[in-house]
Ligand binder design. Structure first.
Ligand code: ADP
Ligand code: MG
Length: 470
């Protein structure tokens, strides 16, 4: 269970956020319907409690239906067990009679021995749980930052939240890469609709849909499952691509889909690709998915990343200098989740150590994250960009000409090569027409001097650097 949950957590919060906050969680044990998780420091415990409580609760109760509450506690002193497996109720059933006294590893004794009895008798049938909607209160329209890449998807989502089941907007199909806000928008729609009252909304990942469906087959309650699904006013299925290759579940979803649409209910689906690109889904399903409104969320732009950072810093009540934000928005371009993860870590460090976040501190604190986001710029690219920018021929980067008009750009390119690549001075020299490493050294100190003295020049070099880095 634990491994599966860690896997889910990694997928849901992203590798970076997982490593930052969740990796250090260790398992305590189960007591009645409560599971205890340990964290090594008070700070981490509070942070995880404030940020991930509902997610952990949700994942655990999906995984083990008897768990109703997840408690986060400080790792007790002397507790050296990590990643202790929790007893699987199903395994226990097959391995031992009900009242067997299974002796656990000594260190866990107190916890496990109390947990076994209730664990065994609760073998709840998941398919009979209500299709309750688990909406995350952090994902609202208010805190969704709108920019060019997502304005269309946002507008469509708002429209559906205001007037569900309008012709032309049913189904609403949201698609885009990881961490760009699909789930956020779906939850926001759900909230808005729930606020309006007497509308039943069901949100489920495609994986959960499959899980419920299979559980209902096992417990011979497929009819109830279908009826329940078909009674909702709004059905949201997240990450539909998960159903690729799961033919029976896909078939079931197709029927549910048709029944709901025919009954005038709203369907909202998200996926990582457009309906036509979701090869592996049945044609008839893809066709129907594309029949309503299809909205693409594009990769973030620099401007959107800055707006998001500003908004998140403001809501966390932390002042972060524009320099640091610009730095982050330049460096972490993959997705919003990673950007958030980096910012959260910065904020936590600032709070923890009570000092303002400088650029140097940022680089230090985010060292590992930044490293994985480094883009490999080649010396040739640098030469090309600088030549283009300074209006000289690229061949002049390697030529013997010494005229200032070509020598200065060449020096700039050498300087940037040192800053942006991991090449050594002799290697850089060789790439610039077999020049000596002392020439490169001279170029670097000359350019550094100019940057110090001449702010217009400094800006120019900075601009080049940004173009190369993005
Ligand atoms: P997806 O479902 O597309 O993988 P999510 O909706 O889970 O992505 O978004 C990942 C994280 O980034 C969430 O914490 C979400 O709140 C945040 N996020 C994404 N886009 C935005 C945005 N435009 N404004 C604010 N937060 C965003
Ligand atoms: Mg998602």
């Amino acid at each position: 269970h634990w491994e599966r949950i860690c896997g889910r957590l990694k997928i849901e919060v992203g590798e970076v956020e997982y490593r930052t906050w969740l990796q250090q969680i260790t398992l305590g044990g189960i007591e009645e319907d409560e599971l205890t998780l340990y964290l090594p420091t008070r700070f981490l415990r509070d942070w995880v409690r404030s940020q991930y409580n509902s997610k952990l609760n949700q994942l655990w109760s999906n995984e083990l239906s008897q768990i109703r509450r997840v408690e986060l506690a400080l790792t007790p002193p002397g507790n050296t067990i990590s990643q202790t497996p929790v007893a699987d109720p199903n395994d226990t059933l097959t391995q031992a009679p009900l009242n067997a006294n299974i002796s656990p590893p000594p260190a866990q004794k107190t916890i496990i021995s109390q947990s076994l009895t209730p664990t065994i008798e609760v073998k709840e049938d998941d398919s009979k749980l209500p299709l309750q909607t688990q909406l995350d209160p952090r994902f609202t329209f208010d805190n969704f930052i709108v920019g060019k890449p997502n304005e269309f998807a946002y507008a469509c989502s708002r429209r559906v939240a205001e007037r569900p089941s309008s012709p032309g907007f049913n189904p609403l199909f949201l698609y885009g890469g990881v961490g760009l806000g699909k789930t956020h928008l779906m939850h926001a729609i759900g909230f808005e609709l729930a606020k309006a009252g007497n509308i039943s909304v069901s949100y489920m990942s495609a994986e959960k849909f499959m899980y419920r469906f299979i559980a209902s087959i096992r417990s011979q309650s497929t009819i109830e499952f279908k009826e329940e699904l078909r009674s909702v006013d709004v059905l949201m299925i997240d990450d539909l691509q998960f159903l690729i290759g799961k033919d029976n579940t896909q078939e079931e979803f197709f029927h549910t889909f048709n029944a709901l649409i025919d009954a005038g209910r709203q369907i909202i689906v998200s996926a990582d690709k457009s309906p036509s690109d979701l090869s592996g889904l049945e044609d008839r399903l893809r066709t129907r998915l594309g029949c309503g409104m299809v909205a693409d969320i594009h990769a973030t732009t620099y401007e959107l990343r800055i707006s998001i950072l500003e908004a998140k810093a403001a809501s966390a009540n932390v002042v972060i200098s524009p320099k640091v934000m610009e730095f982050l928005a330049h460096k972490i371009t993959t997705n919003v989740r990673e950007l958030e993860g980096a910012l959260n870590r910065l904020i936590a460090h600032a709070n923890l150590f009570g000092r303002p976040i400088t650029l140097e501190a940022t680089q230090e604190v985010l060292h590992d994250i930044l490293k994985s986001h480094e883009r490999r710029v080649t010396i040739e690219e640098i030469q090309r960009k600088v030549a283009e920018h300074c209006n000289i021929r690229q061949t002049d980067m390697t030529s013997a000409r010494r005229a200032r008009a070509v020598a200065r750009p060449r020096q700039i390119a050498m300087y940037l090569a040192k800053q942006l690549t991991s090449r050594s001075l002799p290697e850089i020299g060789r790439k610039f027409g077999n020049r000596d490493h002392t020439t490169v050294m001279h170029a670097i100190s000359r350019i550094s001097e100019l940057i110090e003295k001449d702010s217009a020049f400094a800006e120019d070099v900075e601009l080049l650097r940004r173009m190369l880095e993005s």
